[in-house]
Design a protein around this ligand. Sequence first.
Ligand SMILES: [Zn+2]
Length: 86
Amino acid sequence: MFPDDSVHLVDDVNAMIRPQTCPICEKELAADAGLNSPLFPFCSQRCKDVDLYRWGEGKYQIVEPLKPEHLQNPDVDLPEELEELL
Ligand SMILES: [Zn+2]
């Protein structure tokens, strides 16, 4: 084994323990955040909700045909809190 190999090994370990960042706001997650957290990989319930909304929006366009009630009420079910974030 070459000396260089052990250096790369250390780099890999450091990469694995680097703090995760929230995919929505890119804030660093708490050190103890992990797969056991109900919010993982998000930093907060707000960011989780934003992600959920984005997925739901995409699904509507692809899977679900437009219904009359959507045209009458396009903003139904969208909390003001989320509108501010998007
Ligand atoms: Zn976040």
